[in-house]
Design a binder for this molecule. Structure first.
Ligand code: MG
Length: 333
């Protein structure tokens, strides 16, 4: 009988590229049929769904007592973490909260997560440099090279940039994409996949450089310009850059996340499962359809994320209720 912790440890050793559903393993040449069968059997007996959490959801509540906080998360049913708070200068991990005093080295973070039976499979980080110019390319390369080394120690499968550079026209977007491609190239050398995560501003349309918006646009004509998200998808290379779709922020950007997955089935590899607060509570997110499409396109994993109004409740409470919702949902595999 394999207990859950041993099972997870074995799984993380065997996984290439992160989330180890039996399907992913079947595609891994190194894994023998016996190994796959053993893992499939263990998954079934453990009855474990793979549920990820973006730790930004907890902020200081987690960092104040990280070892015990991580154990609480494992008990709730979380299996994977996407962390945040990479410190460019020190290579440690903390919080953007200026009051934070907890900073953790990649080795310690990895060990603490493993002790709790969790795997850190992803990390959110963005360069502090905001000018995406050709002249700054060496500085971006330097940032991503160092970050890649640190994240290789952490053992992640993914590094994801969650912040949008300033983009006013198509040329700006193309320049940003050159830097995204380069970041992806650097990360891939350490076996890490590089991705971009959206909020709602990526669903604003921009025009070509020099093109002026119409003064009195015909209200019946389709709007001019291209979504920034679409420019990113079209101007990055699929073998270097993947996308993490935040389904809630897509809806806030007046988009249907299912349609985006349908239109770019090979590009969206991860999801942020997010709602107004607790997952499934608002009723405004069509999670059954979102998960159905995600499985159809072969998504590699998802991370729960809670932000915003908690109405006097703790973040841990929201994170626990969200895990319970996903554990019980028949549409979540
Ligand atoms: Mg998000």
């Amino acid at each position: 009988m394999t207990d859950r912790r041993t099972f997870l440890k074995n799984l993380s050793l065997l996984t290439v590229g992160g989330w180890a559903g039996s399907k992913a393993l079947a595609a891994t040449p190194a894994a023998s049929k016996e190994t796959i069968d053993a893992i499939t059997a263990a998954t079934e007996s453990a009855g474990a769904k793979k549920i990820g959490l973006q730790t930004y959801s907890l902020g200081q509540e987690l960092l104040q007592d990280l070892p015990n906080g991580l154990k609480r998360l494992a008990k709730m049913g979380y299996t994977d973490l996407e962390i945040f708070g990479y410190q460019e200068k020190t290579g440690q991990f903390g919080d953007y909260n200026p009051k934070n005093t907890t900073f953790i080295s990649p080795k310690d973070y990895k060990r603490m997560a493993e002790d709790a039976g969790l795997r850190i499979s992803s990390s959110h980080l963005s360069p502090s440099l905001r000018e995406y110019t050709k002249a700054n390319m060496p500085k971006f390369e330097e940032f991503w090279k160092k970050a890649t080394d640190i994240h290789a120690e952490l053992g992640v499968s993914y590094m994801v940039q969650p912040s949008l550079p300033r983009i006013e026209n198509e040329d700006d977007a193309k320049r940003v994409c050159e830097i995204f491609n380069r970041a992806g190239e650097i990360a891939s050398k350490a076996g890490i996949r590089w991705g971009y995560h959206n909020h709602s501003n990526e669903f604003k349309r921009v025009l070509k450089a020099g093109e002026k918006p119409e003064q009195n646009p015909n209200p019946w004509a389709p709007p001019k310009g291209t979504y920034i998200e679409e420019l990113f998808l079209k101007n990055t290379d699929a073998d270097k850059v993947m996308f993490e779709l935040d389904v809630y922020w897509a809806v806030m950007g007046q988009q249907d996340p299912v349609e985006w997955m349908e239109n770019y089935p090979d590009r969206f590899k991860l999801l942020h499962i997010k709602d107004r607060w607790i997952i499934g509570d608002s009723g405004m997110m069509n999670f059954p359809n979102i998960f159905k499409k995600a499985y159809e396109i072969g998504i590699l994993g998802y991370f729960v994320e809670l932000e915003g109004d908690r109405k006097g409740r703790t973040q841990f409470e929201g994170v626990e209720k969200s895990a319970a919702y996903l554990r019980e949902a028949s549409f979540v595999k």
